[in-house]
Design a protein around this ligand. Sequence first.
Ligand code: AGP
Length: 638
Amino acid sequence: MCGIVGYIGMQAASDILLAGLQKLEYRGYDSAGIATVSGDRVRCVRAKGKLENLRQKLHGQDDPATIGIGHTRWATHGKPEERNAHPHLDRDAHVAVVQNGIVENYRELREELTAKGYEFLSDTDTETIPHLISDCLKSLKLESLQDKHAEHNEPSLFFAAVRQAVSRLEGAFAIAAICADFPNEMIVVRQQAPLVIGFGQGELFCASDTPAIVPHTRAVLNLENGEIGRLTPLGVEIYTFSGHRLAKMPRLLDWNPVAVEKHGFRHFMLKEIHEQPGVIRDCLAAYFDSHWTPETRVSPVTLGLEDALLEGVESVQVLACGTSWHASLVGKYLLEQLAELPTQVQYASEFRYSPAPMRSNTLTIGVTQSGETADTLAALDMERERRAEATVADRARLLGITNRPESSLGQLVPNIIDTHAGIEIGVAATKTFVAQVMAFYALAIDLGVRRGKLDVDRAMALIDGLRQVPNAIETILSSQEDRIEELAHDFSETSDFIFLGRGINFPIALEGALKLKEISYIHAEGYPAGEMKHGPIALLDARVPVVAIAMPGSVYDKVLSNAQEAKARDARLIGVVPDNDPNASELFDDVLAVPAIDEVLSPIVASIPLQLLSYYIAARRGLDVDQPRNLAKSVTVE
Ligand code: AGP
């Protein structure tokens, strides 16, 4: 949520900042801006709306500056107007600051600074920071003048001022600051919002996320909470908020910048939908041992988790938001049905303020593709603190499932399952969702076998079944995509949709509805099919299409009956059904056929036509599929 970038080196900073912001635009696109220092002045250019507006504003302007910061905004405090766009400046326009996060005590600070004569030009919390830095800088300069021999154990006055200012801030934030009086340094700060530093040849970068950095270098260093970095032509110095210098080494990223290009697809979302067979193959290779025999190890699952994490577990609680919450609901089904483990799935944002009572022998899992969702991190952190007095075993029972093991989640919990989906740019999660579901299959099979609740033959049959899923997705893409694109034409004016599913496919109905809402702005609801008659059925008429997920298994006939009830109310009925169902076309007005598959393995396969349907409806409506209004890819504020 909000993306920040910074550059210090020998090249023109503004081009590098714009290119970096382009890679971070998925984090917010309400406004964008850059500030550079050259000579003894800060030059700041900002524009409302997408980055393209800023690009046009900068077009033809020659800026020789070789140091600068940039920002792409997801509005929290203050409307998406130019005056609220970052960077924000101090009164003398000498200090420029970009921030990702929220300064929670900004009201008090604003009052204090206003009383001192600082004038605020925006409605943001961020504007307090440059004024505060400026105020600290003024006091420090005065001290130095009054006592010429005063020893500052600080690398520079600007660093000291930022450090003092930051110690006054409450909340979660990542900051980059530059100052016209110190044209050779940039100060970066991290407190519960991501910030990574990149090391180039004679140049340094900083960014909220690595895609902004990898085109230049793969040597990176993640700042940790409570750390301040000083970037100068001589290199990087890292300090704690209390001023102790730390010795830290960069690491090499192993991923390819080409992964963040569209490769001929119209949108990232469509590319990511098509990447899913490959993602599942990668998960299969990472999670299951293809040469396993019961003689070699207890379980065919190779998640690389410590035995102590899983031994003695009697229940599971999962904390997540949005699509990750839906994947966790599939996980609940798997953990309960395959491993006989009672499982609770909580919205992290709710758990934070009304946590379930703590129980021993409970495995807590945080699921977040970005690893940066503020609510999920805070809920997990709270759980970690609650367990501080618990047994050693319970303290260790914290697990994260994420697509970004290097994220804040990776620093928070001792055990991680990497979902191997590759970077996802489209705001609507697709490939990361199916990868999370794969992680739950592996975990549930592992726990089921270890606990003796899932016999080895069934486990191997499930793994063999999962090995068929990539081909099944390819079949759907090749046989259904054109049909779905055509079908989507019929719904470009529709204003309400209902999605029905039962059992393991109820979460898929929720996910289908969420996908449609977030990218097409059509109101959609997902319901357990059997619940429809308890109220939502009143919504139905010929204008409300109903999508029913009817995969053969324990609830197949039940879903078909629920679909009949909808048809009797004139709803247009769309069925996600197996391709070998001869009767489907009698009941359903439109059939989205998927390869027949064991019910317990059907959620991933059933989600694919729903992703395509949402995508093509949104594309047909001419909407910005990858960057839907009001949303951001990672929600790093509460
Ligand atoms: C997914 O399509 C959404 N954009 C959103 O619900 C997302 O899943 C949610 O914000 C959680 O994100 P996370 O997985 O990065 O924690």
